[in-house]
Design a protein around this ligand. Sequence first.
Ligand SMILES: [Zn+2]
Length: 129
Amino acid sequence: MEERELQQYRSVLEAKQAELVEALRRRDGITIEKAADALDEVRLAADRELMIHTLDRESLRLREIRAALARIEEGTYGICLGCEEPIPKKRLDAVPWAAYCVRCQEAVDAQRAAETAGPIIESLLEEPV
Ligand SMILES: [Zn+2]
């Protein structure tokens, strides 16, 4: 990849990183409110659930962005971690922190889904004692 292109991806990634760090920092100040009544309790629990879900997603994205920036430093940016083929520019434009080409990403996602679903399915299939 050309140095000029690499610098472009780097600035996109750095901007996104700064945005996420800022968002995470803002949420850091959120404390668990004390509910006035039962209905509030339910609403707050739902808010917390949603917030935790968003936090999870954002911190995962932040890790992906940091890994991508590290790959720029190492000179391996834009190379699929799975098959070691170049990741198409179109994909990098859409997902600059992509670590895999679409084909390998699908395999990784399927693997991850299996790891998550596996124990649940196993516990469902277990014979009751
Ligand atoms: Zn690949």
